[in-house]
Ligand binder design. Structure first.
Ligand code: WQD
Length: 333
């Protein structure tokens, strides 16, 4: 198949590109590099030992999106492109709604115009809002606590409605939990601009000495050690989930949603200790106030993806920590 990866130079997109190429698919990457670096493209090619076309493109631009679809005879789309920082979305809601919703509407309009019937969408566990109970199952209530989450929620609804209106469309919604780690080559990984928002890249920068210590946002949650509990999943396991989702999409019509997580919750302190042990490094930390918007616990019931997609996360926490550390040391090269 020939698959367009919108935002394919990003953290999840680049790892998914590697897995799709390894599985023999052809890919096209479209990215505006607003939250990724151009050298990722050559690194994907280096890992996969295969070539592919790149478009430097903003999918919020309807004309540019249409031109890409007119040029490329596509079979499917995996739609990663979108802004994704929770805190930033609270400060810039207009930009988040404009970018994240318009890009989806443009991609869907072009898919309909050029007869592309299959789309996999990068959604997020953030659509569950403040979980009433864990583990989270796909049929549990959704409601968001920030504009970023609402863009994921609204895009899910837009995609479901499109699948209803276009009977031969296939829509697969993937709700990611907390992706961490990096490809074993150390050539691609999470490389956020500036000071990382997310836990693992922050810990890795503390371990290199780039940052003085980790600030743990609260230890007074109703969890086993008071710190936040999340479902951390290796980004390569997540990427493999997209391969299974594409295969599922080609055999099924309509819309379906899947959690992509491990089903295991780890606390912040669990991650700090696992990282120190796996890599024989120290991660100094201080307990500070809670971060607004954080929830106590969020982890998945991933059994639906196992049953229907035939996918289960395989990598363990030691591998997640080692691959994160390997990547962090390579970035400095
Ligand atoms: C994890 C835990 C923090 C940083 C977010 C988005 C989600 C998805 C993944 C896009 C929490 C604690 C963190 C730090 C800390 N992104 N923490 N000190 O908030 O669960 O999820 O990223 O799809 O949509 O919401 O991830 O890594 O920011 O936090 O104590 O410096 O680590 O309180 O308990 P989060 P995170």
């Amino acid at each position: 198949m020939k698959i367009l990866l919108t935002g394919g130079a990003g953290y999840i997109g680049s790892h998914t590109a590697v897995e799709l190429l390894a599985a023999g698919h052809d890919i096209v990457i479209g990215d505006n590099f607003s939250n990724s670096k151009k050298d990722v493209i050559d690194r994907i090619k280096q890992i996969a030992k295969r070539d592919f076309k790149l478009y430097e493109i903003d999918f919020a631009d309807a004309k540019a999106t249409d031109e890409l679809f007119a040029k490329e005879d596509l079979d499917a789309v995996i739609h990663f492109a979108g802004y994704k920082a929770v805190g930033e979305s609270c400060k810039m809601p207009i930009e988040y709604y404009r970018n994240n919703i318009d890009s989806t509407l443009n991609v869907l309009s072009s898919m309909r115009k050029y007869g592309v019937k299959n789309i996999v969408f990068s959604s997020s566990a953030t659509v569950y809002g403040v979980p009433k109970q864990v583990p989270l199952k796909e049929d549990m209530p959704t409601s968001c606590t920030n504009p970023y989450g609402w863009t994921k929620y609204m895009n899910e609804q837009i995609l479901r409605d499109t699948a209803t209106a276009e009977p031969d469309f296939s829509v697969v919604l993937l709700r990611y939990f907390n992706p961490i780690g990096a490809h074993e080559s150390g050539l691609i990984g999470e490389n956020p601009n500036g000071v990382p928002n997310n836990l693992m890249p922050y810990i890795a920068k503390v371990a290199t000495g780039e940052l003085p210590k980790l600030n743990i946002f609260g230890n007074d949650y109703a969890t086993k050690d008071g710190t936040g509990v999340r479902d951390y999943i290796h980004v390569v396991d997540l990427a493999k989930g997209h391969l299974k989702a594409i295969e599922y999409s080609c055999k099924n019509k309509g819309a379906e949603v899947f959690n992509l997580g491990t089903g295991v919750g780890y606390s912040v302190l669990d991650i700090v200790h696992a990282f120190e042990e796996a890599n024989n490094v120290k991660v100094p930390y201080a307990i500070v106030d809670r971060r607004p918007g954080d929830v106590a616990e969020c982890y998945s019931d991933a059994s639906k993806a196992h049953k229907i997609l035939g996918w289960t996360a395989e990598k363990n926490m030691v591998q997640m920590c080692r691959d994160s550390w390997n990547w962090q040391q390579n970035i400095k090269l």
